[in-house]
Structure formats: C-alpha cells, structure tokens
Ligand binder design. Structure first.
Ligand SMILES: [Zn+2]
Length: 305
C-alpha cells in the first residue's frame, strides 16, 4: 500500500508540474462491477475492459439457492457501480436486497430470454429452472444483455466490450462442439445423468441426455425415502452405470442411493463431483468453459466404462 501511495504521489507531483492541473492527472477509479456467482463473474471478466474491476459475491463451492447476503456482502453491493445477477430466482434472497439498494445499475442477465426457452416444472409451470448456464444459446442472450446495458451506462466501453464478447463467443462455440463430440460417444441408452438436485436439465436438453434427481431445481426442495426408492428403482431398471455428486451439495444423499442400488444387486459407481452451480476450485475447473468441458469429460468417462 505504501509503495502504491508513493507512486501515486510521484505521478501527481510530476504531472502537476508538467501540466499545471491536478484534475487531469488523477488516476481514474475503475468501474466496480459486483456479480453474484463465480460463473457470472467469469463471464463478465471475459467481456470487461481494464477500466472495470469485477467482484464475486459468492465464493466457489457456495450454494446460491440458499444464499443470504451478510453485512459485508451488503456493503460490497452498496459500493458497486453495477450489480449483475443471474435471475430466474436462482439467488435466494437477492431480489429483496436489490430492490432496496439505490444507485448502482442492476442487470438481470435473464431478462431478455425467450419464455419458450426456459425450462419449467410441468407440475408447477410458474417455477422456472434457473440453471441456464448449461444452455450456451441462453448464455449468449444473457451476455448480449450485459454488454449492451453496460455500454448504455458507459458508452466509452461499447467498442471494446463488444469485441471481447465476440471473441469469447467464438471460444464458447468451439467448447460446445467439443462437449457435443464427447457426449456422442456415450451409448444412447446410457445418456442419463443422476445427481442430487436438478441442475443439469439445460445441459441435458442441449446435448441429448436425460436427467433424474432426488430434488427439483432448487436445493431447498425436500426429499425423503420415497424419492430415494424411486431413484434406486430407476437406476436398477435402466442399469445406469454411474451417478454423480455435485460441488455445492453434501455427498450423503447419493451415497444412500448407491447403497440402495447395491442392496438390489446393481453395483452402480458413485462418480466424482460435477460442477453444478459454481465453478470448481482447481485450476482446470475454475472458468465457465472449463466447467463445461470438465462436466462433459466426467460424465462421458463414467458412462462409457
Ligand atoms: Zn442449483
């Protein structure tokens, strides 16, 4: 800190002698963008310029469904120039909080999604599946919203953020093709993803798989013996090779499912954690594109054994 202050002082002194004005010499503060999740933070980092500082509200591995902002989180949100959140009710209590915060530009990434593209629960049509980051087309729609809203507030960022977005979308297309290629190596009748909560329905729809889970599209929804028995029966009947943990939920439920299958004579493999609602901690799992590849690789390697 002392070094930075010293440098700043030197710059100001040098430049004020040079130009005679302090105003021109002040180092411009960066535009402060606060994103809710690690996934969203990575997207915004990819389209932001050097004039933007990006912060994540939730650490990696934190469940956004049950997220409640702490005092520190509220301070961070209040100090932001821009707040960006996923929408579709992913982030627990965020809407209540954002409605009370005055000043920052607040962007709901999902606000321009075509209604027909949002997955809903057939039993509760009003409830929308918020895990749209596994549908690259919806991600593109959301990032276009982010880029255009930021540009409207800060026109000087328009050209560079647009160029960054276009470059990022190209990478996204190439990763999507790679994911598709991997998934296509799984036998048709084994293209089934079993996890604790229903986070991968968009992934399944995009890449031609089926999902079955203990919980609905929120980790808040409850499950009991009935759901475990139904899932065990499904796995045994379909002879599903592997089931998966998730990086934001406890492994206990899936361990019970595995035991249930073993008791019925089907030795299902308990696979590792898929990255569901957060990026991973490891170096090859801590960006959105790596998240897609990691999940595709893990699912494919366990279902093609
Ligand atoms: Zn979730």
């Amino acid at each position: 800190m002392r070094v930075i202050l010293k440098t700043l002082l030197v710059v100001l002194l040098f430049q004020s002698c040079d130009t005679g004005t302090i105003e021109k010499t002040a180092i411009p503060a960066k535009i402060k963008v606060v994103c809710t999740t690690s996934i969203l933070t990575d997207w915004v980092l990819n389209i932001a310029t050097e004039d933007v500082a990006v912060y994540s509200l939730l650490n990696k591995g934190v469940d956004p469904h049950v997220y409640k902002p702490s005092k520190k989180d509220l301070d961070l949100l209040r100090s932001a120039d821009i707040i960006i959140y996923h929408g579709l009710h992913l982030e627990g209590k965020i809407i209540d909080v954002l409605e009370k915060i005055k000043g920052p530009l607040v962007i709901d990434v999902s606000k321009n999604f075509p209604k027909s593209a949002i997955i809903t629960d057939p039993n509760f049509p009003a409830s929308q599946d918020p895990h749209y980051w596994f549908d690259v087309e919806l991600v593109k729609n959301g990032l276009a919203t982010v880029q255009s809203d930021i540009s409207a507030r800060y026109p000087s960022l328009k050209v560079d953020t647009k160029a960054n977005l276009q470059a990022y979308l190209k990478k996204m297309d190439s990763v999507t093709a790679e994911v598709q290629k991997k998934i296509s190596t799984i036998e048709q009748d084994q293209r089934i993803i079993i996890t604790t909560h229903d986070a991968l329905s968009y992934f399944a729809r995009a890449f031609g798989l089926t999902v079955n889970t203990l919980q609905g599209a929120s980790t808040v929804s409850e499950f009991g013996l009935r759901e475990i028995t139904d899932l065990v029966n499904f796995i045994c009947e379909r002879r599903v090779k592997a089931i998966f943990l998730e990086n934001i939920v406890s492994p206990q439920a899936m361990k019970s499912v595995q035991r249930g299958c073993q008791e019925k004579g089907w030795d299902v493999v308990l696979g590792p954690e898929l990255l569901s609602d957060s990026l991973g901690q490891k170096e090859d799992q801590d960006t959105y594109l790596e998240m897609l590849l990691f999940n595709a690789h893990t699912i494919t390697s366990y279902l093609t054994r």
